[in-house]
Design a protein around this ligand. Structure first.
Ligand SMILES: [Zn+2]
Length: 253
């Protein structure tokens, strides 16, 4: 079934790129050879044809994973809303405006906001010169699993909210603790998709490379999210263990 599904998914991603206007440069825009993985197989058999539907599909996939984790722990299922911001538009969230560069979880309205153009630029690597890590030579973003990493990271913040971690530790811990834990949670989900045989060669590398790319060096800032190496290590810790409890290690000062 997966073998039948795969080529259609590849075709769908091609359509997605075309919508972003980047199809012509696929695979040739970068001097360095990059993994050719373009496929995350969704258990539902959905075939996203746009970035909007891709973001929704991945969110549902991540949501299904956490719903099971919560259920297995006797917790009630996580509830979160999401809003994808179309090209050229913006959204007003309870946390402020969300525009073309938005990728955020807003606790105040319990909603994940992701700009479709931002996601497309992550997908095709066109943001690499602007991201703190990749602009300094750390990693880079490309491929569907880089986008999936972003989605799963934002969902990780929703998990933190559901677990009451902001209320419990928000005053004591720096932003970075929550960011690295969210990366680790994103790795947990990827572990599960891998266990189910739904990752392809290159997907893990895409996530690790994206985690490096978004890392920053601004460790004097309260907004410091973690260095490239720290973010890569956090995602990998979650991926290697497949156990959300492993991610508790990041809730330290
Ligand atoms: Zn975050």
């Amino acid at each position: 079934m997966n073998a039948l599904f795969r080529p259609r998914w590849l075709a769908a991603i091609g359509a997605l790129l075309a919508l972003g206007g980047a199809a012509l440069y696929m695979g040739s825009a970068h001097a360095n050879p990059k993994p050719q993985s373009q496929s995350l197989m969704l258990p539902s058999g959905e075939q996203p044809t746009t970035m909007e539907s891709f973001l929704t599909s991945v969110t549902k996939d991540v949501d299904a994973y956490w719903t099971k984790q919560f259920k297995d722990s006797g917790l009630k299922e996580p509830r979160v809303s999401y809003q994808w911001i179309p090209d050229g538009q913006s959204a007003s969230s309870a946390c402020g405006g969300a525009g073309a560069d938005a990728a955020a979880y807003c606790r105040a309205d319990d909603t994940i906001y992701i700009s479709e153009s931002f996601a497309t630029n992550i997908f095709d690597g066109s943001l690499d010169q602007q991201l703190p890590g990749s602009s300094q030579g750390f990693g880079g973003t490309y491929g569907d699993f880089a986008v999936a990493y972003i989605v799963a990271h934002e969902y990780g913040h929703e998990v933190q909210d559901e677990l009451g971690l902001y209320d419990k530790y928000g005053d004591q811990l720096p932003t970075m603790a929550f960011e690295l834990q969210a990366d680790c949670f994103a790795g947990n989900w990827a572990n599960n998709a891998n266990q189910e045989g739904r990752l392809e060669d290159g997907d893990v590398q895409e996530a690790l490379s994206a985690a490096l790319a978004v890392g920053d060096f601004d460790d004097a800032s309260p907004e410091h999210h973690g260095t490239p190496e720290q973010r890569e290590a956090a995602w990998n810790a979650g991926f290697e263990s497949g156990d959300p409890q492993t991610c508790d290690q990041f809730l330290t000062t």
